[in-house]
Ligand binder design. Structure first.
Ligand code: HEC
Length: 282
């Protein structure tokens, strides 16, 4: 599974899925061939996907794990010469930048946010835009799409289907407190950073035992495993977006284009599609 530290921006995520990739192409064809009668739509309505939003298989909220106190220890990660304390890593208005060589100069809004309400984009999306898995990867997005998403968050055209997903709700709030120039600066900055594959797909029946903390899936100590079942562990974000678009929580223009394509997908289809997409190089 992925490396346990949420700040290890250079390490890739591993995605565990049960489906054999060639079967997915067939699954995709079946999906696109399906008609759209209202009756089928009813039947196809997926059950919510709690794992995609960082919740337990039964939909309950994971137990709260107390935040580790900063005892002043200087933290290191492999592949970076920089060092930070936990307080520096978590600073919402000046978060740690472990790999300053990965990207050009950050606009102020990306590196520091705007006090008191807009946190630095780099906190959740990393300075290089690859994003922690419970948030979103935002590097290399077309500027027009990026700006549209920010405006959709602002207008309420884009919300999350899961009212407990607090980071998505905060994202809406940040957009509302940003002006056009700040949005444009962030969009243009992240667009300059090429997206690179950083997800390793592992086909498996089981997954290492993990805990969920604030939407992050973290491997437990030891080598115990649990059945994967019909889940994709790690790359939860894409599934979340499909579900939100399908259920009208994202209504912006680009989401409307997607809506027709996703409206009849079942949870199984969504698992199949993200397994397939995650296996492709961008
Ligand atoms: C507290 C964490 C957090 C911070 C800080 C944050 N975001 Fe986000 N962002 C999110 C989450 C979570 C999502 C995914 C929301 C969803 O599920 O729809 C997101 C999504 C986005 C998207 C949409 C990506 C897509 O593929 O559609 C954009 C664009 C974005 N953020 C820009 C920003 C900018 C610009 C900043 C800095 C001003 C910022 N974010 C700060 C958590 C954060």
């Amino acid at each position: 599974m992925r490396a346990p530290s949420p700040w290890s921006a250079k390490l890739s995520n591993t995605v565990f899925m049960r489906i054999f990739i060639p079967a997915l192409v067939v699954a995709l064809c079946l999906v696109s061939a399906r008609g759209a009668s209202p009756q089928q739509r009813e039947q196809a309505a997926p059950s919510p996907l709690p794992w995609a939003y960082g919740f337990m298989p039964d939909g309950s909220t994971p137990p709260l794990i107390p935040t580790v106190k900063d005892d002043g220890t200087i933290r290191h990660i492999p592949s970076s010469d920089s060092t930070f304390t936990l307080t520096q890593v978590r600073n919402g208005f000046d978060p740690a930048d472990w790999h300053p060589g990965d990207h050009g100069p950050m606009p102020d809004i990306v590196a520091h946010g705007k006090k008191p309400n807009v946190m630095a984009c780099a906190l959740c999306h990393y300075s290089n835009g690859k994003g922690r898995p419970e948030n979103a990867g935002i590097s290399d997005l077309p500027v027009v799409y990026f700006i549209q998403q920010m405006n959709d968050f602002k207008s309420g055209a884009r919300t999350s289907a899961e009212p407990r997903k607090t980071n998505a709700i905060r994202m809406e709030g940040f957009a509302k407190d940003m002006n056009d120039d700040e949005i444009k600066a962030a969009a243009e900055y992240f667009a300059t950073i090429p997206w690179t594959p950083w997800i390793k797909v592992v086909e498996s029946e089981t997954v290492p035992k993990f805990r969920i903390t604030a939407g992050l899936f973290l491997k437990l100590e030891g080598n115990e495993r649990e059945p994967l079942g019909n889940r994709v562990i790690e790359l939860a974000d894409m599934a979340r977006q499909i579900y939100d678009i399908q259920h009208g929580f994202r209504k912006g223009p680009s989401a409307q284009l997607m809506q027709k394509a996703v409206e009849n997908l079942t949870s199984d289809d969504i698992v199949a599609i993200i397994a397939y997409v995650a296996s492709l190089n961008p």
